[in-house]
Design a protein around this ligand. Sequence first.
Ligand code: NAD
Length: 323
Amino acid sequence: MSTASHSDSVRGGGRVTGGRTENNSAATKVAFLGLGHMGGPMAANLVRAGYEVLAFDPVPAAQDQARRDGATVAETAGSAVAEADIVVTMLPNGRIVLDLYGEVLSAAKPGTLFVDCSTIDVADAQEAAKLAAAAGHRALDAPVSGGVAGATAGTLTFMAGGAAEDFADALPLLEVMGGKVVHCGPAGVGQAAKICNNMLLGISMIGLSEAIVLGEKLGLTHDKFFDVVSTASGQSWALTSYCPVPGPVPASPANNDYQPGFATALMTKDLGLAANALRGNGVDGQIGLLAAEIYARYNQDEAGKDFSAIVTDIRKRSEGEQL
Ligand code: NAD
């Protein structure tokens, strides 16, 4: 496993030549497919760093924004890919990634490097890598953590899976969009890191929220809860950086009526991927499976709220003296 981090002063780009990368962003053509909340600002950062970006998204508003950001908008995904040295995808789910690979792989130059940054099943990521290899190309899974704020600021954490030499070739480009880039292992293992991290985050947010609601019932104020737990053994990132009740962490979504942030719909999706992986690999992951159920239920009513709003659901379901 290798890790790379950078500051603005070392940002650069890379041109893939014969499997190696030269640090020359201006000469590297990047096809960027999927210009949504995440992909739009990520593509804009590549343009800013000097890459020639050929962008595609079926949504006209996303195309307009990409033009304003300085990308060239292609008529089709295939025509963007045909000219590219590296293809980055940032798409909603694994089905769409696999369908799009099926559509564009034959249009790419031999040996093109495909980098999928979407959050998808480990099995789908491995299938995507196989399809790319069978078509004479190279592939990495490189999902991200850090949300829209990280995508905009170029400070995402990338978790990559694939061959070491392909990771090395993608690194200059990933360092433009990210603050930390980790090569986690072979194909699919980047997605494994993403799924494990987000399963833990979902579990810890539920656990924290249950503790906060219990504290409320027992007469413990949020400020005193934070004061004690933030430096005691129950401490977590969910509490100290993303506190689910207003007050202790002013920047957390709780202070803004739970506007995301990281929407419940996305946490529900990631916990669904984790649940599949737990079941598919025979892991006795009872808490992970329960967390997936709890978020799936909450998602039916509040998909657009930040995932930390689960505390409001737990509070509501705890009304009355005894359950
Ligand atoms: P989004 O829905 O805003 O963007 C997805 C984009 O893909 C849309 O603009 C859509 O039009 C486009 N698209 C769909 N089919 C396409 C096709 N065939 N060709 C080209 N474009 C196509 O989603 P997002 O929030 O940007 O998330 C993208 C991925 O990143 C997801 O897998 C998500 O789980 C992951 N992710 C999101 C966040 C977040 O905070 N939003 C954080 C980490 C990871």
